[in-house]
Write a protein that binds this ligand. Structure first.
Ligand code: NAG
Ligand code: NAG
Ligand code: NAG
Ligand code: NAG
Length: 472
């Protein structure tokens, strides 16, 4: 990017030079002081035109360079304590509902106990009700509770007037009511009539990262100062599956309630108060591969019951997609010494037939913190294996999964809040946010902290952070 800008500047300077030299020459020679000026050396004329070129280039550079993108602040929704879904609550709910066979129940217990989820995750409203039926009304209730409470808190924190929001991006992994969730927000907060809304649905678990990348894309190329409200939600109510197909039952065990909202801006005057700056973002997609495409898939089982099936293949696919992803990301973020080291290992493998596995670049040299999408225990472990990360680095991911479960796309924000509650991030630190989603997609955001992290009043970990990290 930088290189490209520099080349453009050079080209422009050269053109300007060509254009201005004869012009200067002409004005000077026709001026009344022509005789005096004529005495001035050609050198002066040259340096004059150079100065003009420099001014033009500087102007051009500042005018065309992409805007910086900042995250002002963010919030995570914390459901009320009576929605806590412990193992016992889940057990009571499924045995109360006579829809499952004993074999299915055993399978679910087994998955639950191995899932890495603790006893404090939050379940959707319907499982606490007498009838226990996942209706559209409960799904709407779940979406509204999460969305309104996180936006309310965000507006309060940032002191941003809803009227100054220019763009709204709402994303949900799979829930998509009519009219859209973005209309719901528009209607509730009475945003200005020319606000641009986007609703991204069906983007899976990586949609949190995708919508941030999308917001950044709009802001970087925008010549206007704009504020973007990004809402990352999911309503798991309608994902409840009541059949006997095993891959589809997995979702019942690990999906939990969660929602997050963030304010993104390209207003340079906010740099001093913003929390983080987005330095880079990358998205890769493996949908062309059939295995990857079907690894997490919504379909009907033999009895025509709708569900999302998560196959064992998901883990393999995640590893494969991640390897492809880091091949592109590595040269953009790693320090030179690591790149040289990596290139050397590849070359030596080629020439000396050293067939040992190609070395994995050490991402800890590029980032102080890594925030990994925590969809499931197996996924976290696999990411750690592929990237050769030790337990300490994946601790926030494991703890977030334990405390909040798989909340789909908003997970990365709960994990971000963990770093803050632990006051781990310092001003200037770099953070890699990595998320996976159906499709199969991998998304990365590279942030730079502009503040020291602090434990804010609405951090979702506030009441329990002292108990973490848990011992394994
Ligand atoms: C986005 O809008 C379309 C059209 O109104 C709707 O079908 C879809 O469900 C919406 N998605 C979300 C996430 O609200
Ligand atoms: C985010 O909001 C909190 C209030 O909860 C405030 O204390 C904090 O300073 C804000 N952070 C930034 C970077 O503005
Ligand atoms: C987490 O939940 C999402 C949907 O909400 C699903 O697509 C994803 O596969 C789950 N992650 C894992 C590892 O099961
Ligand atoms: C951030 O923390 C570091 C070390 O803990 C401290 O030296 C620095 O002054 C802090 N910066 C701000 C802006 O508070």
């Amino acid at each position: 990017m930088k290189l490209q800008v520099n080349i453009q500047i050079l080209q422009l300077s050269f053109l300007a030079l060509l254009f201005f030299t004869p012009l200067l020459h002409k004005t000077i020679s026709s001026a009344p002081f022509a005789a005096v000026l004529h005495l001035l050396s050609a050198n002066l004329r040259l340096s004059l035109s150079c100065t003009i070129c420099t001014f033009i280039s500087i102007f051009y550079y500042f005018y065309t360079r992409p805007s910086q993108v900042y995250m002002l602040n963010y919030t995570c929704y914390k459901p009320p304590p009576h929605r806590k879904c412990s193992y016992q609550v889940a057990e009571n709910f499924v045995s109360r509902n006579a829809q499952f066979t004993e074999k299915t129940l055993d399978f679910m217990r087994n998955i639950y106990l191995k899932s890495g989820l603790g006893d404090e995750t939050y379940g959707p409203a319907f499982i606490f009700e007498e009838d226990g039926v996942p209706t559209l009304n409960y799904a709407m209730q779940e979406a509204e509770e999460g969305i309104f409470s996180s936006i309310d808190a965000l507006l309060l924190k940032t002191l941003i007037d809803p009227q100054s929001i220019d763009i709204v991006i709402v994303t949900s992994g799979s829930f998509s009511p009519t009219p859209s969730l973005s209309s719901l927000i528009l209607n509730h907060y009475i945003l200005k009539p020319d606000v641009k809304t986007y609703n991204l649905s069906g983007m899976g678990c990586s949609s949190g990262v995708i919508s941030m990348d999308f917001a950044a894309e709009i802001l970087r190329s925008s010549r206007k100062i704009q504020n973007v409200l990004v809402v990352v939600t999911e309503s798991i109510t309608l994902n409840w599956y009541s059949g006997d197909n095993r891959p589809m039952l997995v979702t019942n065990c690990i999906f939990r309630v969660g929602c997050a909202a963030a304010l993104i801006t390209n207003d340079p005057s906010h740099r001093r108060v913003a929390k983080m700056e987005l330095v880079d973002s990358l998205r890769t997609h493996d949908g062309a591969d059939d295995g990857a495409y079907r690894a997490a898939f919504q379909e009907e089982d033999e009895k025509g019951i709708n569900g999302i099936s998560l196959t064992k293949d998901l883990i393999r696919v995640a590893g494969m997609s991640l390897r492809k992803h880091i091949k592109i990301l590595a040269p953009r973020v790693l320090p030179l010494s690591q790149i040289v080291h990596y290139a050397y290992s590849v070359v030596s493998a080629k020439f000396w037939g050293d067939e040992s596995k190609p070395i994995v670049p050490d991402f800890k040299t590029a980032f102080e913190h890594i925030c990994i999408h925590t969809g499931g225990r197996a996924v976290i472990e696999n990411v750690a294996r592929v990237l050769k990360l030790d337990d300490e680095v994946i601790e926030p991911a494991r703890m977030t999964l334990n405390r909040f479960g798989n909340t789909s796309s908003s997970l990365v924000f709960y994990e971000l809040a963990y770093f803050e509650a632990k006051k781990r991030a310092k001003m200037g630190d770099r953070m890699w946010m990595l998320a996976f989603g159906t499709g199969f997609k991998v998304g990365s955001l590279v942030w730079k902290w502009l503040q020291n992290s602090s434990q804010e009043f609405d951090n979702p970990w506030n009441d329990c952070i002292q108990n973490y990290p848990l011992k394994t």
